[in-house]
Design a protein around this ligand. Structure first.
Ligand SMILES: [Zn+2]
Length: 454
């Protein structure tokens, strides 16, 4: 029996390796800490309550950065600084959509402007509606069918996709490119069905790629899209009134926020974690992406509190303007290039704070093979996959410099219920799921710091 026990123990040590068991213990220590600490949750509450609607260029976007800046200083980060840049921005003050009958607005639909939609005249635009399911439909109808009308993109979500990100990808062309194409054929305005799998009253906004157009564009809730479609079937000559009050801001000054703890062995090698601080004008942006910001910030807290000595410099970035023009990510990558900073690895969280699922890696096969060996260490904490995939919008411009990128991935089933809508509020955050995210991000950064990427 004794011999059997000894053989078993040696076999286990051989399989796991001493290093891995020491890592397991340290990772458990990290999780013991994050699962009993509420600072990330409290930071997120502050950002959501004090800085809702923090689109780039808004006062709220700076309030949110200042909340995180004060927090990083309080933590005792070695460096806390801002990285200024200029970008265009956009402000939306109000929007409305009404079904019109006998010259009167009779039914209000839940709506929001897409960014950066232009304004309408004060009385809005009243016109007949042509419902389409795709951009190809618009091209087929041509100017004859489109000019002077309100184009209503109403292709619904395909519920057969298991990952909701695929469902989103399958539907979002209507919002991203539909308005510009409809404008080319002379559309008076554009309505899109909210890009969400949920049937509810919330309009879900988002960015649309305008080519200097004067065609206003709005999203209506999925319930109202169904209602409008049904009403149109009974009365194809039906008119709708759209009103948008919004304005473009040219070349405003804003910034990314950066906090670091310096590495003791390779201070010039940087491992980055981050999220985007901005959120659409209609939302608290709790999951998208306040959660990514506070979980990234919590990596510094965990290192500090547990006295983990990092070999490389751990840098946390609160990116500005992921939503509208993605200017923060570009400014960051330009600065990395300009200063010739050595980035070993960049991790982004922009998929909400739900149950942990995976890390996706956008790097060479060699880096992927090396990093995915860490997967067994994450198994107890809900990460069952470290695989090739997307890093994140903000870190994506770093790809050109050959920097390995990674994204923290959570269970996607509820994300688009909230995405870009007033439904993405702090009460949708589960403390425990957020804490698990903090633990996984800190543990991942710890292991990359210890073992490098290849
Ligand atoms: Zn986001």
């Amino acid at each position: 029996m004794k011999t059997l026990c000894l053989t078993l123990i040696s076999a286990i040590l051989l399989i796991t390796g001493y290093g891995q068991s020491a890592d397991s213990l340290l990772i458990k220590k990290i999780f013991n800490n994050t699962l009993t600490n509420t600072e990330a949750y409290e930071n997120l509450k502050l950002i959501c309550e004090k800085a809702p609607g923090r689109l780039v260029g808004s006062e709220a976007s700076i309030v949110a950065q200042k909340i995180m800046q004060a927090y990083f200083k309080k933590l005792g980060a070695d460096k806390v600084y801002v990285q200024e840049f200029t970008t265009d921005a956009w402000v939306c003050d109000s929007a409305s959509v009404f079904i019109v009958a006998k010259g009167r607005n009779i039914k209000s639909l839940h709506c929001d402007a897409l960014g950066p939609s232009p304004s309408t005249k004060p009385m809005g635009i009243t016109a007949q509606v042509v419902e389409v399911k795709s951009i190809d439909d618009v091209k087929m109808l041509g100017s004859e069918g489109i000019a002077g009308k309100i184009v209503f993109f109403n292709r619904p979500w395909d519920h057969t996709f298991i990952s909701t990100f695929y469902g989103y990808g399958n539907m979002v062309d209507q919002r991203a490119h539909g308005p510009a194409v409809a404008a080319e054929y002379g559309a008076a305005a554009v309505i899109i069905r909210s890009v969400t799998n949920s049937q509810d009253k919330y309009p879900h906004t988002g960015s649309t790629r305008f080519n200097e157009t004067t065609t206003p564009a709005v999203a209506i809730s999925t319930l109202d899209a169904d209602l409008l479609s049904k009403t149109l079937k009974n009365d194809p000559a039906l008119k709708v009134n759209i009103f948008v009050d919004a304005r473009n801001l040219k070349q405003i000054s804003t910034y990314n926020l950066i906090a670091e703890i310096t590495g003791y062995e390779f201070p010039d090698e940087i491992i980055m974690a981050g999220g985007h601080i901005d959120a659409w004008h209609n939302t608290q942006g709790a999951h998208d992406d306040g959660a990514g910001c506070v979980m990234s910030g919590d990596v510094l807290r965990t290192f500090k509190e547990l006295g983990i000595k990092n070999r490389r410099t751990i840098r946390v970035v609160m990116f500005m303007d992921e939503e509208l023009y993605q200017s923060g990510g570009r400014a960051y990558a330009e600065s990395v290039k300009e200063k010739n900073e050595k980035h070993l690895f960049a991790l982004e969280s922009d998929g909400g704070a739900f149950t942990p699922r995976q890390f996706t890696i956008n790097a060479s096969p060699r880096v992927l093979a090396h990093v995915s060996k860490l997967q067994p260490l994450f198994h107890p904490y809900g990460i069952d996959d470290i695989k090739a995939g997307w890093g994140g919008v903000d870190i994506d411009p770093l790809q050109d410099q050959g920097i390995p990128l990674a994204g923290y991935g959570t269970d996607s089933q509820r994300y688009f219920d909230m995405h870009h809508s007033a439904n993405d509020s702090f009460d949708k955050i589960n403390l425990r799921e957020l804490q698990l995210g903090c633990g996984n991000m800190a543990a991942f950064i710890y292991l990359i710091d210890k073992y490098g990427v290849e």
